[in-house]
Ligand binder design. Structure first.
Ligand SMILES: *Cc1c(COP(=O)(O)O)cnc(C)c1O
Length: 340
């Protein structure tokens, strides 16, 4: 397969039109056969449910080339399951897991020329999504839906080297208790835009959100889960019903326990405890882990001992082990790496 002539290493995280995308339509209570198309535009009614009442959910994962030249995807079964939960919460039909997995493979295979070669640090970002496509004006779920998968090549996350992030504790809330924080829905991002633009204007990279009910426990950032390392070397990650269950975070906890022999726990983390942590990172598909160097909370500053120039030692081991598993340099647990 001849690859596209792209300077893979200098790609950023942006959208670029690729050759094929997958489309399936839900109508009269059933999904049609679905298939690939070269048309990157969507035509729908002006009153479509997604346009009026934001009835849409999505997923994010990556395809990449392993050291031995295979094209693979990391744990797509978990994306399928998470999308099912997201869809149910927004009263949308479920796109069946087996079809989801087949559609991901079919879309990546059709765009094989866009999958960056091994060693470039780049990957092919995969974005499955679904939206209400039929007209809705009185508030209710749409009757028709479209499921699509688009792919776009993205560059290495740590391009200019590793720069630990500076966060602020946000004055805004990300997700209400019993709300939609645990599903991957566009609506959670729409309302986060003002908070992130404000944080950027103030010179911060990201927001740390606390639980909306009491503003005492750590939740997550706009698009990544927290992972901390205590001074005695235990990996801890916040537990909350309003956090999006990151696949990267769940994988890192497994890696900590089963590959690195570390103690790892998911539990409520009072913000009060953060100043005593040795390391802090953000986990998600985009970066795997990005280290956090500093957190500001209304005049109080927390500086992690790992500093502002590198990853903490345990964060680094976690990062290297998980990326090693993804790239085929370290043996993966059963089912984690799916060849397309
Ligand atoms: C997608 C997402 C994450 C990261 O999840 P991964 O499965 O690891 O990519 C974390 N938080 C939010 C709010 C997200 O939408």
């Amino acid at each position: 397969m001849e690859k596209k002539n792209i300077d893979w290493g200098s790609l950023g995280f942006g959208y670029q039109t690729t050759d094929y995308r997958y489309v399936a339509n839900f109508k009269n209570g059933a999904w049609d056969e679905g298939g690939l198309t070269t048309d990157s535009n969507i035509v729908m009614n002006e009153c479509a449910g997604v346009l009026q009442y934001a009835q849409t959910v999505f997923e994010g994962m990556k395809a990449y080339t392993t050291e031995d030249g295979r094209t693979v995807v990391f744990r797509p079964d978990l994306n399928a399951e998470r999308m099912e939960n997201s869809a149910r919460r927004l009263e949308m039909p479920v796109f069946p897991k087996e079809r989801f997995l087949e559609a991901v493979k079919e879309t990546v295979r059709a765009n094989e020329a866009w999958v960056p070669p091994y060693g470039t640090g780049a990957s092919l970002y995969i974005r499955p999504y679904m939206f209400g496509s039929s007209p809705v004006i009185g508030v209710k779920p749409a009757e028709e839906y479209q499921f699509r998968i688009l792919v776009t090549p993205v560059g290495p996350y740590f391009k200019g080297g590793i720069k630990p992030l500076t966060l602020k504790v946000s004055d805004f809330d990300r997700a209400a208790p019993h709300g939609t924080g645990h599903i991957k829905a566009g609506l959670n991002y729409a309302m986060s835009l003002h908070a992130i633009v404000t944080a950027h204007e103030e010179g911060y990279d990201e927001n740390m959100y606390l639980d909306a009910g009491t503003r005492t426990f750590v939740e997550e950032t706009g698009g990544a889960n927290f992972l901390f390392v205590t001074k005695d070397g235990t990996v801890v990650t916040p537990k909350s019903n309003s956090i999006l269950p990151s696949i990267t975070r769940r994988s890192l906890i497994y890696v900590a326990q089963h590959y690195l022999g570390l103690k790892a726990e998911e539990r409520e983390i009072p913000f009060e405890e953060v100043k005593d942590m040795a390391e802090c990172g953000l986990c998600g598909t985009a970066a795997v882990i990005s280290p956090v160097g500093r957190i500001d909370n209304h005049g109080e500053t927390i500086l992690f001992p790992s500093g502002m120039t590198e990853m903490g030692p345990i964060t680094k081991k976690l990062y290297e082990t998980l990326t090693g598993i993804q790239m085929g340099r370290i043996e993966a647990p059963e089912g984690w790496i799916v060849e397309v």
